[in-house]
Design a protein around this ligand. Sequence first.
Ligand code: DGL
Length: 297
Amino acid sequence: MACLATAAIACDAADMIGVFDSGHGGLTVFRALVERFPALDFIYLGDHANVPYGNRPSSEVVDLTRAGVETLFRRGARLVLLGCNTATCVAARTLQQDWLPESAWTGRNVLGIVAPTVEAATQTPWAVSTPQYPQKYNTDVIAVFGTMRTISSFVYPEEIRKRCPRATVVQQICADLVTAIETSKPEAEVDAIVKSGVDGLMAQTGGQPPHRAILGCTHFPLVEHLFRRHLPPFTRLLSQPEIVADSFEDYLARRPHFAGAGTRCRTPVLLTTGDPIAVTETGRVFWPDVPRFEKTA
Ligand code: DGL
């Protein structure tokens, strides 16, 4: 979209919405937001120099995520969404409760993507953190696929069970899937990884098909068709880009001061800590029209 600076629209440098991810996965969420909100300005940061986060110690994930959020704040984001389950599960609470209030970044906020996903999985608003009828009696089986760090954080089962204490939550690590997607491995190879993840999950449920399955890694919507192929038809897939865009709409309706000038002032900005040429090339797998990435420190 053309820059409208000449049309006398007040475009504040701090009016951008930031999305942070360890690499390319957050592009699935970023794209959904850019397309859903044509009047907003967006900036993305992929920490490709340090991807994947999923196998890193928690303290490293917290430090890297905080550094990424600060880069986005410095570049003009007032609100940053962690478009990464690993970063959200491991770092969101620390950043929101401990770091941000003590930092110099007043008037800014950091959001994660677990809350909207849990809301969708439990049909319960995030603010309602005690079981209420009818969810009190909900005995559904809910599957969560994610990285090692997301699964070992137990954030999804804990948050789901606060709202649906009788639900069964079954978690499955999909090791190597992020790397296979980031490196564009052949479909047959990726398919085998997804199949082994689904087989692992079904072994845990004793063959009982889950009612819902959360693709709890922002890379996984790229291979949603493979999860669909291997999961029983009965299982409803919860894919985050749409869920997060819906929830974000609701958030902005309640906090319109984060929405900016009301007209998109610039092409979405994409930053990477990696090699911008290679990252843009791989980014096309995630989003055919992806704008060029720029290098950031
Ligand atoms: N896309 C990230 C997520 O949603 C994980 C990728 C990684 O392991 O860095 O968890």
